[in-house]
Write a protein that binds this ligand. Structure first.
Ligand code: ZN
Length: 156
């Protein structure tokens, strides 16, 4: 198990994610709670994209640190938590009852930063895609994949 993780960590383009889904699910159950919780949405999106044939870079130095960078498509993907990034109309986009002002200011700042980051990336020529954490299922991934491919096709 350790060897698998070491290999994954050293791979810059996500090759380690080629392990099949069953293996991954089993491994995440074996991992300690906090760590697997933190990385699960990103991992879901990355492995779905990888299965679809996309090759990507992790940890690219771009505004907002996108979760996935697809150089060939000139596209980036953000995996956004609905609560923190305020997914409009989503049932997870709740506001805590106490300290309402604090939360409203925090959420407003988050939204402002997201907008600024998207604008910066677009100015640099990147297609920006967002997938929300409530949308981590295959139909939504298929839609995302179609959008990425379409965006590339319409550019060339
Ligand atoms: Zn949502």
């Amino acid at each position: 198990m350790h060897a698998v993780w070491a290999k994954q960590a050293s791979c810059d383009i996500g090759c380690g994610l080629m392990t099949d889904v069953v293996d991954q699910a089993k491994r995440s159950r074996m991992m300690s709670g906090i760590r697997s919780k933190d990385t699960k949405p990103e991992r879901f999106v990355r492995s779905a994209l990888h299965r679809a044939g996309f090759r990507f870079r992790l940890h690219a130095r771009l505004p907002g640190k996108p979760d996935v960078v697809l150089p060939k498509y000139h596209a980036v993907v953000f995996v956004h938590g609905c609560f923190w990034h305020r997914h409009a109309g989503c049932r997870y986009t709740t506001t805590p009852a106490s300290n309402a002002t604090f939360w409203q200011e925090k959420f407003a700042a988050n939204k402002q930063r997201d907008t600024a980051v998207r604008r910066q990336l677009r100015r640099l020529g990147w297609q920006v895609h967002v997938i929300w954490s409530c949308q981590l299922n295959q139909p939504k991934m298929d839609a995302l994949i179609a959008r990425i491919r379409f965006a590339k096709g319409s550019k060339s």
